[in-house]
Ligand binder design. Structure first.
Ligand code: 5CU
Length: 352
């Protein structure tokens, strides 16, 4: 079955941000080499021999025409584009609010010029939490912005940072999505010399799982039932572990979190992308989540196929294919819901 697709998890490094990464001598940075530019972003990536060269980065990371070519190649009608990690985490606090606003305006302009193909998630200057609610309200006035992407680590104190409370309120009041995405990973000291594989497969997913679980346990979703959280990578591990979280919270004699409902109740208020690569993992998400809150994603332009730049835009990328294969394990009605119907409804999209 060929489905029109709405891609809710797809990234870009905006040109202004690329210029910043090219100037830097420390991670995160873009390094120019004879064989092409390399992107080095993850903590410890440069120090570990198996990852010190980073990953190839070409125009597919920052050119709008390349995003559109990828979308055409894979039957994606509309993409909700988010800046990629590590966003503006490394920027000095005094520079962050202005840079966030510039990047958000850049993304709005890109989307406005895309003839309906692109919508956007902006960034927030989390190192200055007291400025974020105003930026959210400003973004809400941008016709193509549908929310913000926020790293699971926040400004280094997690997403349950008490100073973030106005962010959740402003996003909920404005009806904007907050897309929660990992970057720092957890446990990477435990798996040296494993390339990017362990970090991306387990470090990333547990980082997200811990951040979202803590948001729930600290009562954020109880206080803000209208908050629209979109959780990356099929919810990390949470759809699978939600019952264990409920049980451990209920049976803990040392701590009362003061929740009116079990954690899974609040987790079910969230939206999830379908990036699971695997029918059993997608089945766990399907069994857990609100059926209207699972949406297709590609993680483009990460996991670039190993082909030359000249043929890249005419090549089938593995992530969309693997995730469509997993989707094919579901009924035709559920495939349609995840591929595009839920995205159309969640983001108010009229197909171009
Ligand atoms: O390959 C990678 O490092 C990544 C990354 O950094 N962020 C992401 O979203 N996917 C893959």
């Amino acid at each position: 079955m060929t489905l029109p697709l709405i891609d809710v998890h797809t990234h870009m490094y905006l040109p202004r941000y690329m210029a910043l990464l090219r100037q830097r001598t420390k991670v995160p940075r873009v390094v120019s080499r004879a064989g092409g530019d390399r992107l080095v972003i993850l903590p410890d990536e440069e120090a570990d021999t198996s990852t010190s060269a980073g990953r190839p980065i070409g125009g597919e990371f920052h050119e709008v025409s390349r995003k559109l070519a990828f979308m055409d190649q894979h039957g994606i009608a509309v993409s909700v584009v988010s800046p990629a990690n590590p966003w503006i985490d490394f920027v000095e606090p005094e520079e962050a609010p202005a840079l966030a606003a510039q990047l958000n305006d850049d993304l709005e302009a890109i989307c406005a010029g895309s003839a309906g193909r692109l919508l956007g998630f902006g960034v927030l200057p989390l190192q200055r939490p007291e400025t974020c609610a105003a930026e959210l309200r400003r973004i809400a006035g941008h016709p193509h912005m549908r929310g913000v992407i926020v790293g699971s680590a926040g400004r280094g104190k997690g997403l349950d940072d008490p100073d973030f409370e106005p962010i959740w309120k402003a996003a909920a009041d404005a009806g904007l999505f907050v897309f929660i995405h990992p970057h720092y990973g957890v446990g990477h000291g435990l798996f040296p010399d494993t390339g990017h594989a362990m970090m991306l497969a387990l470090g990333f997913t547990f980082e997200t799982s811990i951040a979202v679980a803590l948001l729930i346990l600290r009562g954020t979703l109880q206080r803000h039932p209208a908050l629209k959280l979109l959780i990356a990578h099929a919810g990390g591990t949470l759809p699978y572990l939600a019952g264990r979280l409920d049980s451990c919270v209920k049976n803990d004699i040392s701590k009362d979190f003061g929740l009116a409902q079990p954690p899974s109740h609040y987790l079910r208020q969230c939206w999830f992308d379908s990036i699971s690569y695997h029918p059993p993992a997608l089945a766990a998400l399907e069994a857990f989540a609100d059926p209207s809150r699972i949406m297709f994603g590609t993680d483009h332009p990460f996991f670039r196929p190993h082909v030359g730049d000249a043929v890249l835009d005419r090549t089938t990328w593995p992530v969309p294919e693997e995730n469509l294969q997993a989707l094919a394990s579901l009924s035709p009605a559920r495939q349609k819901a995840i591929a595009y119907e839920n995205g159309l409804a969640a983001f108010g999209i009229a197909l171009p």
